[in-house]
Design a protein around this ligand. Structure first.
Ligand SMILES: Nc1nc2c(c(=O)[nH]1)N[C@H]1C(S)=C(S)[C@@H](COP(=O)(O)OP(=O)(O)OC[C@H]3O[C@@H](n4cnc5c(=O)[nH]c(N)nc54)[C@H](O)[C@@H]3O)O[C@H]1N2
Ligand SMILES: Nc1nc2c(c(=O)[nH]1)N[C@H]1C(S)=C(S)[C@@H](COP(=O)(O)OP(=O)(O)OC[C@H]3O[C@@H](n4cnc5c(=O)[nH]c(N)nc54)[C@H](O)[C@@H]3O)O[C@H]1N2
Ligand code: SF4
Ligand SMILES: [Mo]
Length: 728
């Protein structure tokens, strides 16, 4: 008998409501949930196609052990865990937590129990090297918040529903569906702005899917800091700065004003490609309207990402749009989020062994991974745990990482698939897929513009022998206990004793502003009543809370700090940038509707409509280089080279090439369809040297990378195609 279950999708950040059809404990199909208070019947193709991930014949469903010839064979959980445990004990005895590394991938952050217990594992073993997509994604945003608000986790969100002007500086919500903001139907909300007579302006080097629906202002890649400095310049110089905001919300306005004095838009136009009149007009509108500048990876993956994110908030504040309706506002998390993440919120408590970067919430630059594994000395990585990640494709210089992974004494991965990274693991352990577990978007609670909660139960039981990641991490941590204690703890666990992610989550909900306080507030919620009474989720307010800056700012004076020596130093570094005639083009990234980073390339439903993996280039650039549509091009940076087909399109700005990341499936992974599509990894072109990373956040530089392009001669083209065909 088939049955419908209300749940939500966790592939990306909007967490769209879903209705799952389940037959005989098997997921049969997914459809968007019309009754979800926020997504209201919206879901994207990836979300719908997840049925084909759940039931994918290529999924890893049993623990796998790598044999000396590189092939994987099935082993029992007991066999895998006892061997891993023994090896981990040996490494730990010799090197302590300094010799161990964890890489927690993107899906780990969207899975509350995984994220929580991975952190327990990190703390329990005092693991030194923690890596993740953060240094390819969010850490510059967090460090900017640390400087501005005294709290890494205080991240503003755009109040689009009340805005008259929305500037999107380097984000593509039509494809990404919004990031670092939980806003299902973000495109509808943007369209509502223009329908109300307002403006949406997309500033992006590419005429993106979002830009096509609104106004597009091209910008030279990696020039956002120049633009933002000029916007601040105009706000101050033309007397447009909101003096009340500066007096009540901030300190350091004078320093910021001095810092930006040297950047009139007439001078920075050469860097940004944006005419001064456009910048002046924009600054005026930002100061006169209920307006917000929102951004995401476009300002996080350049070469000055902390500076750019810092300046962006400064623009919003100085224009009078911070913590105001229609502006850059703060969420109102319905759980005590800062209490939860408080212990994780460190910055610069130590510096990394390689490159001397400040840790960011315990995280080190992923660009350092290969060097941390291969560089001898105290703190050299001997054991690596990768859960829900694929750094060989997702991090800079991934091909070099692949070369050094075999040197590890122990490598273990928890994943749904054999991927390009865990091809080198000693063991691949099967994790549960998202509909096989209960969930709650715990770390996103502060990123909803309207406070919202939804909790889901597991929809189907784990397939094969898949286990929850949190249970695996806990068992790994337990393996370090003396045998007698270990047995006692394990027996207690089997009886359901001891802390669990669920218990923690239930407490957080009970303690939150809508919580039941264990009965003190009889109408309040706990995990069970939230699930039972509000299976589609519950919106806890219609409008965001504004005027709460003094609450969210953690600096002792409760003010936003606008003047920092670190930021001044970054502006000085910006001024030292040089053009490089050997590498005249800029390389930027590009996300695709039917792909999620390096995965979701296997479901057949997504394949048919997906474009080939190609480099997009402007017609005039193509003509100048002798490139033709569907011909092949070689992209060269100082750090590597890749060859791929060309897509000639006038959606690109002159001088800019866009290539999607996450490709380069060459048969090391077990995803047969993905392997057939192949592609190449754009991250093989990226810099991993310390000098190539953001000194403040350790962020990789992945957008606006200087490259050159060369036509690939026909002969090579045929040779490459034949080789690829043979592999497939
Ligand atoms: N379909 C799909 N959705 C996804 C993902 C996916 O892989 N596929 N990934 C998810 C993840 S992990 C994340 S973090 C989010 C990311 O969410 P977004 O940041 O919205 O996604 P991107 O498409 O990377 O958007 C970055 C934009 O910045 C532009 N850009 C590049 N360089 C510059 C620059 O120098 N300046 C400016 N102003 N713009 C620039 C790019 O052209 C691009 O349009 O998306 C999530 N959603
Ligand atoms: N050049 C360039 N590089 C980039 C980016 C870019 O824009 N340009 N974007 C960066 C960003 S924003 C991100 S977030 C990273 C992503 O980088 P990563 O997190 O390293 O890689 P993903 O491609 O997300 O791989 C996710 C892995 O998790 C597995 N998986 C999926 N669901 C589950 C699950 O429920 N449980 C378990 N155990 N495993 C699961 C998948 O099979 C896959 O192997 O890439 C970054 N790299
Ligand atoms: S946008 Fe698509 S993938 Fe992301 S949560 Fe919604 S349905 Fe899932
Ligand atoms: Mo991401």
């Amino acid at each position: 008998m088939s049955q419908e279950v209300i749940t939500y999708c966790r592939i990306c950040e909007p967490f769209c409501g879903m209705v799952a059809t389940v037959d005989n404990q098997r997921l049969v199909s997914l459809r968007p949930d019309r009754d979800h208070p926020l997504s209201q019947g919206f879901a994207c193709p990836k979300g719908i196609a997840y049925t084909q991930v759940q039931n994918d014949p290529d999924r890893v469903l049993y623990p796998l052990k790598r044999q000396p010839d590189g092939r994987f064979t099935r082993v029992s959980w007991d066999e895998a865990m006892s061997d891993i445990g023994e090896r981990l004990r040996r490494i730990y005895r010799q090197h302590g937590g300094d010799g161990i590394a964890v890489y927690g991938g993107n899906p780990a952050a969207l899975n509350y129990s995984h994220a929580l217990w991975m952190n327990v594992f990190l703390k329990a073993l005092r693991i030194r090297h923690f890596f993740g997509p953060g240094t390819q994604d969010t850490n510059s945003r967090f460090v900017a918040s640390h400087l501005l608000y005294g709290s890494l986790f205080t991240v503003p969100v755009p109040d689009i529903e009340a805005a008259e002007l929305v500037v999107i500086l380097g984000a593509n919500p039509a494809v990404s569906h919004g990031s670092l903001v939980n806003m299902p139907r973000m495109m509808d909300k943007l369209h509502a702005v223009t329908e109300r007579g307002g403006r949406v302006l997309v500033i992006d080097p590419r005429r993106t899917e979002t830009a096509r629906e609104f106004e597009w202002q091209p910008i030279t890649p990696d020039a956002d800091a120049w633009l933002l400095l000029s916007l601040l310049h105009v706000l101050f110089a033309e007397g447009l700065a909101d003096q009340r905001a500066l007096a009540t919300q901030a300190t350091g306005a004078k320093g910021l004003r001095e810092l930006t004095a040297a950047f009139p838009p007439e001078d920075t136009a050469i860097h940004t490609g944006i005419p001064a009149t456009v910048v002046r007009d924009l600054a005026r509108q930002l100061s006169q309207k209920r307006a917000v500048v929102y951004s995401r990876l476009g300002t996080c993956l350049g070469s000055h990402p902390t500076l750019a994110n810092f300046l962006l908030d400064a623009v919003n504040l100085v224009a009078g749009n911070l913590d105001r309706p229609g502006g850059w506002v703060f969420g109102n998390p319905p759980i005590p989020l800062l209490k939860l993440v408080g212990p994780l919120m460190s910055y610069g408590k130590w510096r990394t062994r390689i490159g001397g970067f400040p840790e960011v919430m315990g995280m080190e630059p992923a660009a350092n991974m290969a060097a941390e594994i291969s560089t001898p000395g105290k703190g050299q990585v001997r054991a690596l745990f990768v859960s829900a990640g694929n750094p060989v494709l997702s991090t800079p210089g991934g091909h070099r990482l692949a070369e050094v992974l075999p040197r590890l004494d122990l490598m273990v991965s928890i994943d749904l698939y054999r991927n390009e990274t865990n091809a080198h693991a000693d063991y691949i352990l099967p994790g549960t897929a998202m509909y096989e577990r209960e969930d709650f978007p715990i770390f996103s609670m502060g990123l909803y513009v309207q406070p919202f909660m939804q909790a889901t139960a597991a929809v189907v039981p784990p397939a094969g022998e898949a286990r929850h990641e949190w249970q695996v991490y806990e068992e790994l941590a337990r393996s370090l206990l003396p045998e007698r204690v270990r047995n006692v703890v394990s027996r207690a666990r089997e009886k359901g004793l001891g802390p669990t992610p669920r218990l923690m989550l239930d407490s957080l909900i009970r303690l939150g502003f809508a919580g039941d306080r264990w009965g003190l507030r009889p109408d309040g919620l706990n995990l069970d009543s939230l699930r039972q009474r509000y299976p589609h989720g519950i919106k806890l307010a219609e409008r965001p809370t504004t005027g709460q800056l003094h609450k969210v700012v953690r600096h002792r004076d409760r003010k936003v700090h606008l003047d920092h020596p670190e930021i001044r130093a970054e502006v000085r570094r910006l001024l030292t940038r040089k053009a490089d005639t050997d590498y005249p083009l800029y390389l930027i990234g590009l996300r695709e509707l039917r792909s999620e980073n390096s995965w979701m390339h296997n479901p057949p439903a997504l394949r048919a409509a997906r474009p080939i993996h190609a480099a997009r280039i402007h017609p005039e650039d193509a003509a100048a280089l002798g490139l033709v549509n569907r011909g092949r091009v070689r992209l060269v940076s100082p750090w590597g080279a890749i060859e791929l087909p060309v897509l000639v399109t006038d959606e690109m700005s002159r001088g800019v090439v866009a290539v999607p990341h996450g490709w380069g499936h060459k048969g090391q992974g077990g995803w047969a369809n993905a392997n057939r599509e192949g592609g190449v990894s754009v991250n093989d072109l990226m810099d991993t040297r310390a000098a190539g990373l953001d000194p403040l956040s350790g962020m990789s530089h992945l957008f606006g990378v200087k490259i050159r392009a060369e036509r690939v001669a026909e002969a090579t083209e045929t040779a490459t195609l034949t080789a690829a065909a043979e592999e497939a």
